[in-house]
Write a protein that binds this ligand. Structure first.
Ligand SMILES: Cc1cc2nc3c(=O)[nH]c(=O)nc-3n(C[C@H](O)[C@H](O)[C@H](O)COP(=O)(O)O)c2cc1C
Length: 168
């Protein structure tokens, strides 16, 4: 999907998307979602933080350089973290709740006219991104969501046919 790079995505709109994320199911109501938005100059800081971590991790220079400017492609990037739980099971459930919240964000963004894209936090950059965002240590970065006002749609690839197993 193409976006209008000159049209800002307001923090109010982003905050509304975050509000909707919190309506996802959440076992034990642990409220695991953590949110941070990079817009304006914050996008370059996000890119530099990730690129520095990738460099330290030994990633190729070309890949590192590309990452520095990656988040300038859309007006805003929403970082969604999932807080650690008090057991491995709870942490896993928190991540599931966070993923469900991210899907709420993507659906709401589309309904609002925003193009969105779910990207992962590159390998080795999780803790640096969490620190940049002000999230607690141990927070898993679940999504980097690119956001911009859509100018035109793209054709979505076909999905495989569903095979529904029957338990009898
Ligand atoms: C947890 C998760 C992480 C993802 N990380 C990336 C990523 O880092 N880079 C990427 O190109 N696509 C990533 N994707 C995939 C895209 O967000 C998108 O779903 C995919 O390109 C399929 O597009 P479609 O839904 O239009 O078919 C990720 C998806 C999920 C669910």
């Amino acid at each position: 999907m193409l976006v209008d790079r000159a049209r800002p995505v307001s923090r109010e709109v982003v905050a509304e998307l975050c509000e909707l994320a919190q309506w996802a199911p959440n076992h034990k109501r642990t409220w695991p979602w953590r949110f941070a938005v990079a817009d304006g100059d914050g996008r370059a800081r996000l890119g530099d933080t990730i690129a520095d971590a990738m460099e330290a991790h030994g990633d190729p220079a070309e890949k590192v350089a590309k990452t520095r400017t990656k988040y300038l492609r859309t007006p805003a990037t929403l970082v969604v973290g999932s807080a650690a739980g008090d057991s491995p099971l709870r942490s896993a459930e928190n991540r599931d709740a966070t993923a469900a919240g991210v899907q709420n964000i993507l659906l709401a963004a589309t309904a609002t006219g925003l193009a969105s894209y779910w990207g992962s936090c590159p390998k080795g950059a999780n803790d640096a991104v969490a620190a940049l965002c002000g999230f607690e240590p141990g927070t898993h970065i679940a999504a980097l969501i690119y956001l911009g006002w859509a100018t035109e749609g793209v054709v979505a690839p076909e999905r495989p046919q569903v095979h529904l197993h029957i338990i009898d």
